[in-house]
Each structure stands twice: as C-alpha cells, then as structure tokens.
Design a protein around this ligand. Structure first.
Ligand SMILES: [Fe+2]
Length: 271
C-alpha cells in the first residue's frame, strides 16, 4: 500500500468513526425526544374508556360505596358525557311513536359494575324498583324525565309494607348533572316517567345478581296516614313526605326490549 493509500484509508476510517459518533448522538437525541414526547403527551382516552377505567378503580365488589372523591371522579366524567360518546345521535327520531316499550342496551357488564343505556319513548314508565346494596349513577343524555325516588326508613319493617321517605320528585331536562343513589340513601327505590323521548346512561355497582341476593324488586305506593293510636314513630324530619311501599310482582311495564350496543368498544384491562 502506498503512503497516499494509507492516508486515504485512515481518513476514511476517521470519517466512518465520525459518522458513527454522530449517528449515535442523533439516536440518543431521538430517544430523548421520543421519551420527552411521551411525557408531554400521555395517551388520550376516549370518554367511555375513561369511564370504564374509573369504574374499575371505584367499584371493588359487594359492599363498595364510592367515597366522596370517587363519587366526584365519576360525576365529573358522566356530567360531560353526550350521546355522541356512544355513537348515538341527539335526535331520537328512531323511536317508534306507536311503541311505548323501554329499550336498553348493555355497554359493559362484570360482577363489580354494569354500564347500560335506557331509551324511553314519550310517556314510557320504568316502575318503582330498588337496587339492593348498589350505587347507581344516572346521567340523562337526551330528553326530559320525571324521577320519583324513595329511601326506606330504618329499621325496615318486616311487614309487606315498608315505610319510605320521598327523596326526589322532579322533572329533569338534559343536559343536566348526574343523579346518584346509594345503597341506603339518595333514593335507592326509584321510578322514571318519560316526559319526552329520553336516553339515560346508568352506571350500577355492583351489578344485579339474583344468586347473590341482588335481584330487582318492584313496589307500589300506599298513602301514609298517621293515626293517633299508631305505635310506630317516624323520624322527626319536618316537611318530609312519607309513603308505604308494598312489594309487588314484576309489573308488565317493567319488560324491556334489548338492542345490541354498536358504539365505541371498551378496551378491557385487568382489574
Ligand atoms: Fe333503576
């Protein structure tokens, strides 16, 4: 090899070495940028996925009653939810005006919680029913609905008729904040009457389960009249309205039609 050839070869080696170093630097910078980007832009979850992830976090099974902070967390997500988050239009023209049957679609269900949407045609009724040991977040997505809700007075009577206190008796119009009922407060026994066609998202935890003693019972109201010789005393809550609630067979109006959920799909993760 001539001296010129040796010089050229050394220069080439230096150039190659310099190239490698600069490539390594570029790669390092690139990695740094990527990791910085990942820190700057966490993956954005779509609203339903965010709701599901929060439910996983909040509902831990039988006996779970969301803490005030968990309650706020779910309310914040639900308050901002819209029909579009489920691939549904705001316009509910698809209701058959001749049909007053309530329709529901199940978005997700596991032992700890269920997510579903109720579609009520105008004047449709979901009769007075309970949610034993359950917490229910109801978000009216579309329409106008009358909600009547009671809590049983403790200790519950062993007789067929149970004394209950009226907690809610109002018409709600979408968009409005989420209503929440708890196992023993907030109106655990409730009824819906659609003033206009409406759509309600329900988050229920834990899920109904007949074998675990969380079946749905239905009730009728019987006026509460205080007689002078009555032994039973009720808590002194002035201005409260009381009624007897008597458990009844499952009424015909409680039958619902089920439709398949075709909206965005939840990506399940390990609890
Ligand atoms: Fe309910």
């Amino acid at each position: 090899m001539t001296s010129d050839q040796v010089k050229h070869s050394n220069r080439k080696r230096r150039i190659t070495k310099a190239d490698d170093t600069s490539k390594r630097r570029r790669r390092k910078r690139c990695c740094r940028e990527t990791s910085m980007k990942m820190i700057r832009s966490p993956p954005v979850m779509f609203p339903l996925q965010r709701l599901y992830m929060s439910c996983l976090d909040v509902f831990k099974g039988v006996g779970t009653v969301p803490s005030p902070s968990d309650d706020q967390k779910l309310r914040r997500i639900l308050d901002g939810m819209m029909p579009e988050d489920f691939g549904l239009p705001r316009n509910l023209q698809f209701f058959d005006p001749e049909n007053s049957v309530v329709i529901y679609t199940s978005i997700y269900q596991c032992h700890n919680f269920s997510l579903y949407i109720l579609f009520l045609p105008e004047n449709a009724v979901i009769p007075l029913h309970n949610h034993p040991g359950m917490t229910v977040f109801s978000k009216l997505l579309v329409g106008k609905v009358h909600i009547k809700a009671y809590d049983l007075i403790n200790p519950p009577s062993l007789s067929q008729q149970k004394l209950a206190c009226l907690k809610v008796d109002n018409v709600f119009t979408a968009p409005c904040n989420t209503c929440v009922l708890y196992p023993t407060s907030g109106g655990n026994i409730h009824a819906f009457t659609a003033v206009t066609p409406c759509m309600i998202l329900d988050v229920v935890g834990p899920s109904y389960s007949k074998k675990d003693g969380r079946d749905c019972s239905y009730y009728k109201e019987i006026p509460y009249i205080v007689s002078p010789c009555e032994e039973m005393t009720i808590p002194e809550e002035d201005g409260k309205c009381y009624q007897w609630l008597e458990e009844i067979e499952k009424p015909k109006e409680s039958e619902m039609d089920r439709i398949e959920y075709l909206g965005p799909q939840i990506i399940e993760v390990a609890a």
